[in-house]
Design a protein around this ligand. Structure first.
Ligand code: ZN
Length: 265
């Protein structure tokens, strides 16, 4: 009986933890997938993703996004992965993170943004998902540990290809819980502020995207299905920004951004 109780306790705790609201500042939520396993899973997913999204063939654009990503990482709470930042050729306005610290920025996002700060806002949000390991947490909740583990171990290549497409690829996006989205916004605001990007840029870019989406819904379908821009969400980001100590942000030189943007045309 005692043994039974001991056996049950972790299950009960697991249940409580996974059903519990996410504390936005706590990036170490319950995750049965280890860092090493997540790295392996990310590498496997990357192969599939890059079959669906051709990596954009422009070394200058790649260098630029990589540099921006690395600057943002200096303001992340934790860097557990060897981060990879890539631009993929897709004109819809989006960016996404797959497990293991791999971020993809669509050419469409670079085209829609008017400044480096606007690109930084979306990338900082995605880095937030990666840092708090939302991908593996959400996948484990949705599909169960044994399935995710079988993907890590390479036991299920067909399922891996299918899920890569379903969750992260063209077919659709992994839909994170609202708690995870809020946490990624919170971490994104913090990362922007720490790295010298005015987090107000996140609010203004989201508002601008919302307005642009009225004019050209097809370009935005994907972004808004994974990142619904409710007024409640925007207000929450604004409230988050107000908790930061008042400061002036350094001037951001947009020369390189504009050069990369010009090459995309
Ligand atoms: Zn998100």
């Amino acid at each position: 009986m005692r043994f039974f109780r001991l056996l049950l306790l972790p299950l009960v705790v697991m249940g409580i933890l996974s059903g519990c609201a996410v504390n936005k500042a706590d990036i170490h939520g319950f995750n049965v997938i280890s860092i090493e396993q997540e790295k392996e899973l990310g590498a496997k997913f990357a192969v599939e993703i890059e079959k669906q999204y051709p990596v954009y063939n422009d070394p200058e654009a790649q260098r630029y996004v990589d540099k921006l990503g690395r600057r943002l990482l200096t303001g992340a709470r934790e860097v557990s992965f060897d981060y990879v930042f890539k631009v993929v050729k897709d004109d819809s306005v989006n960016a996404f993170a797959i497990p293991g610290g791999r971020l993809y920025v669509h050419t469409g996002l670079l085209k829609a943004a008017q400044s480096e700060t606007e690109v930084a806002a979306v990338m900082a949000h995605e880095i937030g998902h990666a840092v708090a390991r939302h991908g593996t947490r959400q996948m484990t909740q949705q599909y169960g540990y044994s399935l995710v583990l079988s993907l890590v171990l390479g036991q299920n290549p067909n399922m891996l290809a299918q899920l890569a497409g379903e969750l992260f690829g063209k077919a659709g996006m992994l839909s994170y819980s609202r708690d995870f989205e809020n946490q990624a916004d919170f971490l994104g605001v913090e990362t922007m502020a720490k790295t010298g990007y005015n987090p107000e840029g996140m609010v203004s870019f989201f508002q601008k995207l919302e307005a642009m989406s009225q004019r050209s819904p097809s370009t935005f379908t994907q972004f808004f299905s994974s990142h619904p821009l409710t007024s409640e969400r925007i207000q929450r980001v604004q409230a988050e920004i107000r908790t930061l100590p008042p400061r002036t942000y350094p001037f951001i030189d947009n020369t390189e951004f504009q050069r990369v943007k010009a090459r995309l045309k």
